[in-house]
Design a protein around this ligand. Structure first.
Ligand code: MEV
Length: 322
């Protein structure tokens, strides 16, 4: 069995996080920079159970010693079921990740996607993107409560998407590439808790939260058109409006708000938190000539890391997920 390597990118949510859980649309994009990727290599060894090494989380063990509910053990189990395997050959799997955990950049979904890809490819039966996406979603469900499926979908297909739960994913073609800065507050934000908090507040105030959800859904649809028409000022304004509504939903934090204000003050076209919130990252839409200025403002306002990324314009196509 030849050695293989597989990888998966991080992601950002451009519009519609949280409301996507309730069936409203959202827009997400992959982050193609090497500073934000999960990479897995697998190479055959002489004998024994699969060896697993993940230096970022201090893991060095064998498959038989992992708890059955460990995300890596679950990935092995789901892939074995999908391929009809009753045992694994001897091999060494090494997982490295440069995606900060609990930051809203899809670390767990990227790990799931890369594991499913690597394990199936190593066994000589690489699964299709739709199959990888479906298995990664099952892994996300085991560990993250009620995920909408947007993270595993944008990460599997590695293209900008317009996503509505239980509907075919729509790949987006932007009129022009968009330039973003990702500012990390360095504070961990657990998506599962943020999602549970929104649900609790929505149950207490269904009308107020229903109105907030609808306002975000409307601006997300408008943002899709603006991205496809290249109306960058409109996209920026809608991002900032989305942030304001997320603040009202109670998923922002003083640190995130400070970074958003700093980006806007330094000339960003728009800025918002991205992902589960309550910590984690924010994103700012910038003119390419403003990248340096906005990046500096984010660092001065407390960002522990600033990543510059470009989402390229790509041709459209559709796939149906079963
Ligand atoms: C997480 O990237 C986005 C959330 O909307 C959760 C989800 O969609 O599963 C907060």
């Amino acid at each position: 069995m030849p050695a293989i390597s597989a990888s998966a990118p991080a992601k950002i949510i451009l519009f519609g996080e949280h409301t996507v859980v309730y069936g409203h649309p959202a827009i997400a994009a992959p982050v193609h920079e090497v500073e934000a990727r999960v990479t897995i290599t697998a190479q055959p060894t002489r004998s024994g159970p699969p060896e697993i090494e993940a230096p970022q989380i201090g893991l060095k063990t064998t498959l038989d010693r992992l708890q059955a509910d460990h995300p890596i053990a679950c990935a092995f189990q789901l892939v074995a079921e999908a391929l009809g395997l009753d045992h694994w050959p001897a091999f060494h799997l090494r997982l490295t990740s440069s995606i900060p955990v609990a930051s809203g950049m899809g670390s767990s979904a990227a790990t799931a996607v890369a594991l499913v890809r690597a394990l199936s490819a190593f066994m000589g039966h690489p699964l299709s993107d739709s199959e990888v996406c479906a298995l990664a979603y099952r892994l996300e469900q085991r560990h993250h409560g009620t995920p909408s499926g947007i993270d595993n979908t944008v990460i599997t297909f590695a293209r900008p998407i317009f996503f509505v739960r239980h509907q075919p994913v729509e790949f987006l073609t932007f009129a022009k590439p968009i330039h973003l800065l990702i500012g990390d507050t360095g504070i961990k934000g657990l998506t599962r808790e943020a999602v549970a908090g929104v649900r609790q507040r929505w149950e207490q105030d269904p009308i107020g939260y229903g109105n907030l959800f609808q306002a975000i859904a409307d601006l997300t649809r408008r943002a899709k058109e603006a991205l496809m028409q290249g109306e960058m000022e409109v996209v920026g304004t809608l991002m900032t409006e989305n942030h304001r509504l997320l603040v009202e939903m109670g998923v922002s934090s003083p640190e995130l708000n400070r970074l958003v204000e700093a980006a806007l003050g330094a000339g960003a076209l728009g800025a918002k938190l991205s992902g589960g919130g309550q910590g984690g990252i924010m994103i700012a839409l910038v003119h390419p000539q403003n990248v340096h200025q906005v990046g500096q403002a984010l660092r001065e306002a407390g960002a522990v890391n600033v990543l510059s990324t470009e989402v390229p314009a790509l041709p459209p196509s559709r796939v149906t997920l079963s």
